[in-house]
Design a protein around this ligand. Structure first.
Ligand SMILES: Cc1ncc(C[n+]2csc(CCOP(=O)(O)OP(=O)(O)O)c2C)c(N)n1
Ligand SMILES: [Mg+2]
Length: 261
């Protein structure tokens, strides 16, 4: 359970819930947060046992509560009423999608995707799950394109894309229809955020001693189309152009119109 990615204060995590933790590793039980019931079990066996008895739970009230939250809190506008720029970018990327598979890397951009990529019925969104493996978006997009025969959209950070950047070669060689969007904040944002919150803003290895190469030139060197979106004012036109331009099915789109140093 990656509670630290959800909550700043562990004491207030799901404070009104009765928390049950199921884990195959005994040492994990209660190791991050205090739970009400610890069950040491393989989750597969636990779920099988759980389905033996038919459980009917009325979730209407809870679903209505969630609906009210959704109406009250927008994922693209902060509580200070200002626009959350990265979330706006993600929602714009999503607005052009139909039934594509979307693959996502690991980091802050992954959270923005989870918050603002509103999916439609036939879409699939692939995350690396509990592994949290940076570098996941590009190779999983390749797998998804080959398996689904559909266009795939990969959303990665500037750090994650560099982990498996050599895989751009296969896009060209196999002519795979993959659009890559790099949400380029010029730093290892997720770790930077922790340094800001917990380590006196000591940005070693994330902002300091870290740099991003010219990703558009790299993609072009692999024989792919590539473009920078530096200005948010043009983003709708640029996205329309990359999604609908007939000349190239594959492209790397480096979006770097905002970043936090
Ligand atoms: C292979 C690997 N190394 C390190 C990490 C730890 N880690 C998690 S998020 C992150 C930063 C990701 O940076 P970037 O790809 O630029 O995404 P951002 O957070 O800026 O959106 C790091 C280093 C990891 N999850 N996987
Ligand atoms: Mg980054």
């Amino acid at each position: 359970m990656i509670v630290d990615k959800l909550e700043q204060s562990l004491e207030s995590f799901a404070r009104e819930a009765f928390i049950i933790q199921v884990d195959i590793d005994k040492n994990e039980l209660g190791s991050k947060i205090k739970v009400d019931l610890e069950i040491h079990s393989d989750v597969k066996e636990f779920l099988l046992d759980l389905t033996v008895e038919k459980l009917t739970i009325d979730t209407t009230e809870w679903l209505n509560t969630l609906k009210r939250y959704k109406e009250k809190f927008s994922s693209t506008i902060g509580i200070d009423r200002n626009k959350k720029v990265p979330n706006v970018i993600v929602s714009k990327i999503a607005s052009f999608l139909s039934d594509e598979v979307v693959t996502v890397d690991v980091g802050q951009h992954q959270m923005w995707v989870a918050q603002s990529l509103h999916t439609t019925q036939n879409q699939r969104v692939l995350f690396s799950g509990g592994m949290g493996a940076m570098g996941f978006a590009l190779p999983s997009a390749i797998g998804a394109a080959i398996a689904s025969d559909k266009r795939v959209v990969a959303i990665a950070g500037d750090g994650g894309i560099q982990m498996n950047i050599q895989e751009l070669e296969i896009l060209k060689r196999r002519q795979l229809p993959i659009k890559i969007f790099v949400l380029n904040n010029q730093n290892l944002g997720m770790v930077r955020q922790f340094q800001e919150l917990y380590f006196d803003e000591k940005y070693s290895g994330t902002v300091n001693d870290y740099s991003v190469p010219d990703l558009v030139s790299i993609a072009k060197a692999y024989g792919l189309n590539a473009r920078n979106i530096n200005n948010l004012e043009n983003i709708d036109e640029e996205l329309k152009d990359t999604y609908f331009s007939a000349n190239e099915a594959r492209e790397l789109v480096n979006i770097c119109s905002w970043h936090k140093k």
